[in-house]
Write a protein that binds this ligand. Structure first.
Ligand SMILES: Cc1cc2nc3c(=O)[nH]c(=O)nc-3n(C[C@H](O)[C@H](O)[C@H](O)COP(=O)(O)OP(=O)(O)OC[C@H]3O[C@@H](n4cnc5c(N)ncnc54)[C@H](O)[C@@H]3O)c2cc1C
Length: 478
């Protein structure tokens, strides 16, 4: 059963000092008391955190600096927040304190056509970035299915990925440089604006995926690539889950590079049907594949990969050539998370990764866990990367210990298969107690020391990533 970690709470006098200093310095850009929406206590993980004493609706870099200075001086915890679509509680306050919302910082956007790069403000919505660059013939590949909800700062903080990561990689592969504001308010530029560069330590890579625990991001410089001329989407139906898993392995072994290979299990297929997607009778699993490049190249790959899937047992192969057809397939896939949510009152979506050869073993394990713990399970995800979104669904609190058992066993199995706890959602609050399952104590300790260097008082987004010192990692050894 999830409970917030033990973190140091600020004193009442520190909180009221922080509130009055923020109001004096930032005026209407600060909300306090009843003005604060309950949304700031949660994110898409569904965890309810501490109620903030103040929410700073930052509009400028000076606002970020002021908030970070006041937090440091008063020693009141501060949590950066972007679109609030995170799935592991990264933006959920574990301690009473300030929420620093960067959603309002959504300008300027500056496209450098000569360099093929884009400078975006932290609050820029990902869907807007996609539209802007594609209208200019450029392409920014990272595509979490939450593109309408999330912002670039949240993507950078989580190293977000999505279906296209199979061919193009994750956010980290596209961040050339960024402005970072440290506790106290100091501004640094890390990285570069050029396409190439190896000067000094790779601080950008450290900051990408740091889950709001090392610094607060301002403008981000992104690398763009040319927009592919054509896209072709293919839906393959399988009457056996094992055939679909085998097809993924064969496509990869044959060195094809679709931009996405998405897997959907039988229960996910029924959710798709409920949402109007026509799927062949007897389908137990689907692969949604997408190719890009020249038209001829897309068609060649689709034909050869289609044949491979049939040889692996596909019973139906459909190709979507028209933008409308593609859009419908992807809309259903993108709405999956919300559609699944309607099947039960509560759900938790894990995003474990295993080597691709172990995909079937993982899928079987999820079914086994559902049977043992008597809970509804459902899997879909980025099979090309071995990254599955394993959903556990439940309705009552009595089921919670069983859900906990299933999640714990899933993590143990993932590690035993040579996998990793998170492919793209991060560790946040939810997975912090399990970090020691995957990483050695000295490695966790090294990361704690890095955190201390950036944030010696431990007030920037406390409680995230690391197991709470007050509650040692009970799930620790494998
Ligand atoms: C329907 C749905 C589908 C999803 N699909 C995918 C998917 O396919 N792939 C994927 O990777 N993720 C997916 N996600 C998860 C989520 O959208 C991503 O983790 C996303 O990157 C979060 O961005 P956000 O702007 O909402 O950040 P938030 O949730 O607001 O914050 C996320 C983290 O970023 C930190 N942060 C926010 N702003 C800043 C800043 N200015 N500086 C430093 N740190 C900051 C926060 O403290 C927090 O730790 C999905 C979520 C939903 C709801």
């Amino acid at each position: 059963m999830f409970s917030l970690p033990d973190v140091i709470e600020p004193s009442v006098s520190a909180c009221s000092k922080a509130q009055s200093q923020l109001m004096r310095a930032l005026g209407s850009r600060v909300q306090i008391g009843a003005e604060i929406s309950d949304d700031y206590q949660t994110d898409d993980s569904g965890i309810i955190g501490k109620r903030p004493i103040a929410v700073v609706l930052a509009e400028t870099e000076q606002d970020l600096q002021t908030a970070l200075r006041i937090a440091a001086e008063t020693e009141v915890p501060i949590v950066p927040r972007a679109g609030g679509s995170g799935r592991t509680g990264g933006a959920v306050p574990a301690a009473t304190g300030i929420v620093l919302a960067t959603l309002g910082m959504n300008r300027p956007i500056e496209l450098d056509r000569g360099e093929g790069s884009l400078v975006v403000a932290p609050g820029a919505r990902l869907s807007e970035i996609h539209s802007l660059v594609e209208s200019e013939g450029w392409f920014y590949p990272p595509d979490p299915n939450s593109a309408e909800l999330c912002c670039i700062a949240g993507n950078v903080a989580e190293n977000a990925a999505g279906p296209r990561a199979f061919k193009y990689g994750s956010t980290r592969d596209y961040v050339l440089g960024l402005d970072v504001f440290l506790m106290g308010g100091q501004k640094l530029f890390a990285g570069r604006r050029t396409r190439k560069g190896v000067t000094g330590y790779d601080i950008v890579s450290l900051l990408v995926g740091s889950e709001g625990t090392l610094g607060v991001f301002g403008n981000v410089t992104l690398k763009l690539i040319p927009k592919p001329a054509s896209i072709l989407t293919m839906l393959c139906s399988f009457s056996q889950m094992s055939d679909a898993a085998r097809a993924v392995e064969r496509v990869v072994l044959a060195r094809f590079s679709p931009r996405c290979i998405e897997f959907l299990d039988e229960k996910t297929v029924s959710v798709m049907r409920e949402h109007g997607t026509s799927v062949a009778e007897g389908t137990q699993a689907l692969l949604l594949l997408e190719f890009d490049g020249s038209e001829a190249e897309c068609e060649r790959q689709a034909e050869e990969v289609g044949n491979l899937c049939v040889a692996a047992g596909a019973v139906d192969v459909r190709v979507a050539l028209l933008a409308e057809q593609r859009k419908m397939l992807w809309n259903t896939r993108k709405q999956m998370s919300h559609a699944v949510r309607k099947r039960a009152l509560h759900k938790i979506s894990e995003d474990v990764v295993v080597p691709r050869r172990s995909l079937l073993e993982l899928i079987d394990e999820v079914r086994r866990l559902g049977d043992i713990y008597q809970i509804d399970t459902l899997c879909y995800g980025h099979a090309g990367d071995g990254n599955l979104h394993v959903n556990f669904l439940w309705n009552t609190d009595e089921e919670l210990p069983r859900v906990d058992g299933a999640v714990r066993d899933l993590f143990h199995k993932t590690i035993a298969l040579g996998g990793t706890l998170s492919g793209e959602h991060g560790i946040g609050l939810l997975k912090a107690p399990f970090l020691g399952l995957e990483q050695s104590a000295p490695l966790v300790d090294l990361q704690r020391r890095i955190k201390d260097t950036f944030d010696p008082k431990g007030i920037l987004n406390p409680g995230k990533i690391f197991p709470s010192p007050g509650r040692p990692n009970t799930h620790g050894s494998c």
